[in-house]
Design a protein around this ligand. Sequence first.
Ligand SMILES: Cc1cc2nc3c(=O)[nH]c(=O)nc-3n(C[C@H](O)[C@H](O)[C@H](O)COP(=O)(O)OP(=O)(O)OC[C@H]3O[C@@H](n4cnc5c(N)ncnc54)[C@H](O)[C@@H]3O)c2cc1C
Length: 343
Amino acid sequence: MTRIGIIGAGAAAAAAAWAIDTQTEATITVVEKSGGLCGRAATRRRGAVTYDYGANYLKAEDDRVVDLVTGTLDTEGLVDIGEPVYTFDGAGQVAEGRDADEHKWSYEQGLTQIAKRLFGRTAATVHRNTRATAIHRRGESWEVSAGEERFGPFDILLVNPPAPQTAALLADSTWDDPLREKLIDALGAVDFRTVWTAIVGYPFEIDRPYYALVNIDNEHAIGWIAREECKPGHVPDGESVLIIQASHDWSVTHYDDPPSENISRLAQMASEILDDERLATPEWSDWQGWRYAQPETGAPTDLLRAAEGHDLYCLGDWTVGTARLHGALRSGLETADRIRQSR
Ligand SMILES: Cc1cc2nc3c(=O)[nH]c(=O)nc-3n(C[C@H](O)[C@H](O)[C@H](O)COP(=O)(O)OP(=O)(O)OC[C@H]3O[C@@H](n4cnc5c(N)ncnc54)[C@H](O)[C@@H]3O)c2cc1C
């Protein structure tokens, strides 16, 4: 039995855990800092409303991931958003324009279903609300500290957090190898887009021909507005929910401002773009700051592969240069392939 440890329970980790569990004789132990699964593909519920407040949907851009989601996993509740994505510019002018993605998938119960369904098919032990604080090399094995708790020993350690958080973990690790410093520098230098997100709900329907609006010239404080009611099962009839994602610059500038002020500003701007003044005053709201929303640069593959020679596997969207959910899932599947080939 190979003892596998995984830090983080994002989509990449879930895909890797599923593939390892089906391909290899292994025990799998996961530590996840939050109370949920699927990381940045995140879902919340509020009464009868369900909303995806991180990733909006899964694209059908990777055949292996499409097979996984439509062929291997249960497709019950898998929904495809039919309406197109329109555009808007810095002046808030809306236009038809962006090519529609072939599929825009979520689940009636939200995107977190992907990780829930993948982990649900494994015998992995998942420790939620458990933040890894350091990793340690002991002879040929790895251990993980989470405050006072220790997990391991593991023959193989997978590390799923965004690159800067993985760099911070390595900085607090005991691993006497020159590769550690190189990885800390390279992973700490991976740039991420920051996105401050407001979620706003209304007790009336909004009639529009599009699912979402994307800013195409990077000249607006808002980057994306999506209508969650276009996902079947997410919003009861007679209500509307907008997911408003601020641009990187706006998000960085206002990241620590009072959330109520940010929500008001973003709702006001969204009301102007959608040309409906009722949208400036939502009935309810929620928010999330994503400091590390989407990687904009990649990490050096040679260093990541060198770490794998020490049974340390980094995985996630930033390791494959695809800042998308399908990229994260693909990275998990490919990580499991390399582990299998290495044994
Ligand atoms: C606002 C936003 C909008 C997006 N829109 C889309 C979209 O529409 N379509 C799309 O395809 N993609 C979208 N993405 C990108 C997509 O969400 C990511 O590419 C994908 O979810 C990344 O998965 P991952 O497994 O690589 O990493 P993550 O989801 O970040 O998983 C890492 C996990 O590690 C955990 N963790 C971190 N540190 C520790 C620690 N010290 N100890 C234990 N656990 C830890 C985290 O809690 C998390 O669960 C969006 C992302 C954001 C934020």
